[in-house]
Design a protein around this ligand. Structure first.
Ligand SMILES: Cc1cc2nc3c(=O)[nH]c(=O)nc-3n(C[C@H](O)[C@H](O)[C@H](O)COP(=O)(O)OP(=O)(O)OC[C@H]3O[C@@H](n4cnc5c(N)ncnc54)[C@H](O)[C@@H]3O)c2cc1C
Length: 505
């Protein structure tokens, strides 16, 4: 059997993209070289818009019981008091460079209240996504590694090393979700410019001979930063002594212990290492996300250090943006240039994340000058306006795509408005799991409904009431962004054609 889309890489981004493609009936295969989910410690949570994306597709319901995000709140912050800061009462939802200053609140506007992150270990997320992708009809092949790639105007031919030897697989499109060292990026010759790392970091779950050897929370040290928590066993160090010599070598207990001892200034002994990983702060981004019928998403397209936990949100954002656009190509109704907007919308989003992680690394460097800078930065960041800007930046909540429509919501993520439909309470998030474009008629506007009728095969029309309607009607893309909003039909047909193709009269 041939497939419409082959995805190489069954990490969180590849698996979520497979789920998105299946919403639109796209025949999808995921090739993953590992036979089992990698249990090495990685992400401990999904922040910002990433959590909203998972909530709007009901994936959150598949993750089981998760700890309260309150666990992330700082124990004593290592920097001590913040001079001149007027602290807001809103709960802390994240950190910037180890400063627990990002506060959620009503402005977060997502499907989850207050901007709280989902505290889900990456492995739990991957397992849920794999099960879900299979249930909705994607084929997930574990133990299958891509070794060669050819493409022509009609599709791609993949050479795959499977458990029973090499074979060829044909597909219309290929998406490389094969991680930061992406073979697909290299095979297609896509450049990956950026900055080399200056740090070596370790993250681990380990047992210590003295469980109280170092306080919980993030702390500055003579060499960089060290953090413990929220789990008792979890430890993270960041040292400004250059990037690792060999990032692929397994992390030994001695190596981890040496870093923990240097950072904590103690002689603590690590008795057991449950899992450990080494990372650096290199920031690189693919200069294009598409060559012909081959696209990149997730870490294959951009890498950055894990501070602030933006990697999953960014990759899930790529997948939710790409899924419906690629499905439109496969179905044959994609308007000219639709797939190009994947690059024009997502490349700047990732560039911004790279930028903020560079700023975090600068604020983490050791030394009295950075101590002073952190104090000034933290004081400024505690003011309401600066805190909102910083929180929105770190959670992607201020992201606005260019949609050429004059309305304050146009191009922005549609807020999770409470709605009443046929007398039943619902919400924008509750209407989103199908991944279909939505025309929300919030003012019983016949003209609006008539205007979209020629797209009835693609756009779902919902007549709803909202006590807090920001417009008479809104056209919401499958990725949750508002393509059009207005009080009458002006510009609505143009927006439908721009995003959802030619009308069927
Ligand atoms: C220490 C650490 C902590 C982190 N903490 C956070 C956090 O708290 N929050 C957060 O949001 N992010 C965090 N991240 C980042 C997050 O883990 C990544 O952004 C995320 O894994 C990217 O997902 P992905 O699917 O793009 O790539 P990956 O997870 O790397 O998946 C790529 C997959 O492709 C497969 N593959 C590669 N080559 C081939 C091939 N040739 N054929 C077949 N399969 C192939 C690999 O086996 C792998 O399964 C952290 C990362 C690290 C290292």
């Amino acid at each position: 059997m041939s497939y419409d889309v082959a995805i190489v890489g069954g990490g969180p981004v590849g698996l979520f993209l497979a789920c998105e493609l299946r919403l639109h009936g796209v025949r999808t295969v995921v090739l993953e070289r590992r036979t089992e989910i990698d249990q090495t410690i990685k992400a401990g949570g999904v922040t910002g818009r990433g959590a909203d994306i998972l909530a709007r597709r009901n994936v959150v319901d598949l993750l089981g019981d998760l700890p309260d995000a309150g666990l992330m709140r700082p124990r004593p912050v290592g920097d001590g008091s913040v001079p001149g800061a007027a602290r807001s009462k809103a709960p802390v939802v994240g950190h910037f460079a180890g400063l627990w200053i990002l506060r959620g609140g009503a402005h977060s506007g997502g499907a989850r209240s207050g901007g709280a992150p989902l505290l889900v270990p990456q492995q739990v997320l991957e397992s849920a996504l794999e099960k879900h992708a299979t249930e909705v009809g994607a084929v997930v092949r574990r133990g299958h590694a891509l070794t060669r790639l050819d493409q022509d105007d009609h599709g791609v031919v993949l050479t795959v090393e499977g458990p029973e030897g090499p074979y060829e697989l044909r597909a219309g499109w290929l998406v490389g979700c094969d991680g930061g060292r992406s073979a697909i990026r290299k095979m297609t010759g896509i450049a990956f410019p950026g900055l080399d790392g200056v740090t070596t970091g370790y993250q681990a779950l380990a047992e210590f001979d003295d469980p109280d050897f170092f306080p919980f929370g993030w702390h500055r040290t003579a060499h960089g930063m060290m953090a413990r928590g929220p789990l008792r066993e979890r430890v993270l160090t960041v040292e400004f002594d250059g990037p690792p010599v060999d990032r692929s070598a397994p992390v030994s207990r001695e190596e981890l212990q040496a870093s923990v001892r240097r950072q904590s200034g103690t002689e603590v002994t690590i008795t057991t290492v449950h899992t450990a990983t080494r990372f650096t702060d290199n920031t690189r981004q693919a200069d294009t996300y598409r060559i012909g019928r081959v696209l990149l998403a997730g870490d294959a397209a951009h890498v950055h250090p894990p501070f602030g936990g933006q990697g999953l949100a960014l990759g899930l954002g790529d997948a939710v943006n790409l899924g419906w656009k690629l499905a439109a190509e496969v179905a044959g109704w994609a308007p000219d240039g639709l797939l190009d907007t994947y690059l024009t919308e997502r490349h700047p989003a990732a560039a911004r994340v790279l930028h903020t992680t560079r700023a975090q690394v600068a604020l983490m460097a050791p030394g009295p000058r950075v101590d002073a800078l952190r104090d000034v930065f933290a004081a400024l960041a505690e003011t309401d306006e600066a805190n909102r800007l910083l929180t929105d930046l770190m959670s992607d909540r201020d992201l606005r795509y260019e949609v050429d429509v004059e309305h304050r919501l146009a191009g922005r993520y549609c807020p999770d408005l409470p709605l009443t439909v046929h007398g039943t309470a619902t919400s924008v998030a509750a209407l989103s799991p199908s991944g279909r474009p939505l025309l929300l008629d919030l003012d019983d506007h016949t003209g609006v409904r008539d205007a979209v009728r020629p797209w009835a095969d693609r756009i779902e029309v919902v007549r709803a009431r909202s006590d807090d309607a920001p417009a008479a009607a809104m056209l919401v893309r499958p990725d949750g962004y508002v393509a059009w909003a207005g009080e009458d039909v002006g510009g609505l047909r143009e927006a439908c054609a721009r995003w959802f193709g030619a009308p069927r009269e």
